[in-house]
Design a protein around this ligand. Sequence first.
Ligand code: AMP
Ligand code: ZN
Length: 114
Amino acid sequence: MDNCIFCKIISGEIPAKKVYEDDLVIAIEDISPVAPVHLLVIPRQHIVNSLDMRQEHEGLIGRVFTVAARLAREKGVAEEGFRIVNNNNAGAGQSVFHIHFHLLGGRSLQWPPG
Ligand code: AMP
Ligand code: ZN
């Protein structure tokens, strides 16, 4: 998708600190971290957000969660607790309109979120 920053990261046009990749997803370090561990798990396919999900994407979302869990363990935040966050539309804080899942950990996380 033209003018999509995450599509450009996936294609290699824009650099990013990649921590994982496979056939369906990549994971990168967030450029503006809000927690000691702040990764983004990003499907390769340009899907706008959860409202754009179709039945054919169900396997892909399973992959997102197995990868996020693996990265939480690798980064040492699995036992203490971590959060997987997906913002949908601007009112919820979505700023990049290519679906992605924040993996946040390494500090105490308040509930409810702001
Ligand atoms: P959201 O606000 O939920 O759409 O999340 C988008 C996230 O992408 C934010 O946490 C940004 O800091 C992050 N971000 C934006 N541009 C880049 C980039 N070039 N590399 C890594 N992370 C980015
Ligand atoms: Zn995209």
